[in-house]
Design a protein around this ligand. Structure first.
Ligand SMILES: Cc1ncc(COP(=O)(O)O)c(C=O)c1O
Length: 385
């Protein structure tokens, strides 16, 4: 057992909200190494999220005691009460980010504070306690540092996927604000997320399903948002499509594509060249990749970049008038994914498929990859011990 000692500070200098009296303290982190540490190259994961590393980070919280000391321990199953409110009422949330390996064989986390901030917002939505975001990030960095060799053992997995998770452990069937909770972080190898994306992703759009509603939880990363999307996803597959294009409202606004934010690069109704994505009005998950694409393309200053509503009628007219240049989805899993067609009202709407190199999505991908894999200023490099 290797212990990292540090002074315990029980009161946050700047509490994030009233219930954050005792903070997550990275200085209190202890590390218990697994006896079964990685010895040989793991098999390439056949599907996303199936091969996990040797350790996990856990931090317990109770209303009475506040945050406990963070612990890195051997990966293990959890034991929770069968009445635990995270299982019954989905009082839980998660995050997803990757550690990318650069040419110098070091790992980098890409804008991880955006994930910490989103996690904190999700926690507030289900009355789980908030935490010191920087301190949690430092604990995650230590976990990834410990597990970094996993990223270099196999040709097929040059980066790691990190899954922070926060669950209520309250043992009651009463629906109430939790008084105990567990925050844990696990790490897995990254294989292919979508089965085939080289041709672009196919989408199925039907207004009978809605992913999120105004005033709801669509802008938070709560597990219930995802379980509840599976029936629509299964129906999309029956129509021969890979993902759902989520629509909203009577005017059938385009919101998200599967678990990705969506972008339309087109000549808009006013004849202006524009890259557009729906605004963060409560039904859109504020994607880290989405924000990065907006930042990068705004910096280019070559065309209008807008957060605006887009409807199916507008898309159909633009397709008829050949004003659509490209459509793509964005997210940590696939980064940027070209969209090939949309099945809508029984018709197949083909989206332009240009030569890969001339796609805007290819150009943006190159720039984002440069940041993720090489640029030291924006990414946050992990050292090799
Ligand atoms: C519903 C939804 N939209 C968009 C995204 C993309 O977000 P990010 O770019 O942070 O991965 C995700 C993935 O987290 C998602 O689950």
């Amino acid at each position: 057992v290797c212990c990292v000692a540090g002074a315990r500070v029980d009161v946050c200098a700047e509490p994030l909200q009233r219930n954050v009296l005792l903070c997550v303290q990275a200085a209190d982190l202890t590390i218990q190494l697994s006896a079964e540490r990685l010895k040989s190259a793991p098999a390439a994961p056949k599907s996303f999220g199936t091969v996990f590393t040797d350790h996990m980070l856990t931090i317990e919280w109770t209303e009475a005691e506040g945050w406990g000391a963070p612990r890195i321990q051997p990966f293990r199953n959890l034991s929770v009460h069968p009445a635990c409110t995270s299982l019954h009422y989905s009082i839980q949330l998660f995050e997803g980010l990757k550690a990318y390996s650069g040419e110098d064989k070091r790992l980098r986390l890409f804008r991880p504070m955006l994930n910490m901030k989103r996690m904190s917002k999700s926690a507030q939505r289900v009355c789980l306690p908030t935490f010191d975001e920087s301190e949690l990030l430092e604990c995650i960095r230590r976990l990834v540092e410990l597990e970094q060799d996993w990223a270099f053992l196999s040709e097929s997995s040059s980066h790691l996927y990190i899954r922070p998770t926060f669950i209520s452990t309250e043992a009651t069937l009463g629906l109430k604000k939790p008084t105990s909770a567990l925050l844990y972080v696990i790490v897995c190898l990254v294989g292919s997320y979508f089965s085939s994306t080289s041709e672009g992703l196919s989408l199925w759009a039907d207004p009978k399903y809605t992913r999120a509603a105004k005033g709801g939880n669509g802008d938070c990363k709560l597990g219930g948002n995802y379980g509840g999307s599976l029936a629509a996803q299964a129906e999309a597959q029956r129509f021969g499509c890979q993902q759902v294009l989520w629509l909203y409202g009577d005017d059938q606004q385009i919101t998200e594509a599967g678990t990705m934010n969506v972008f339309l690069y087109w000549i808009n109704e006013d004849g202006v060249e524009e890259l557009a994505t729906p605004p963060l009005d409560g039904i859109i998950l504020p994607g880290v990749t989405r924000q990065s694409i907006l930042d990068i393309t705004r910096k280019w200053g070559e065309f209008a970049v807008s957060e605006r509503y887009l409807t199916m009628d507008q898309l159909c007219s633009a397709l008829e008038q050949r004003r659509v240049k490209e459509m793509f989805g964005s997210g940590t899993a696939c980064m940027i994914c070209h969209l090939s067609h949309i099945v809508y009202k029984g018709e197949k709407l083909s989206l332009p498929s240009l030569d890969g190199d001339s796609l805007l999505s290819t150009r943006i991908t190159k720039e984002v990859e440069d940041i993720q894999f090489n640029n030291e200023h924006i990414s946050w490099k992990l050292g090799r011990s």
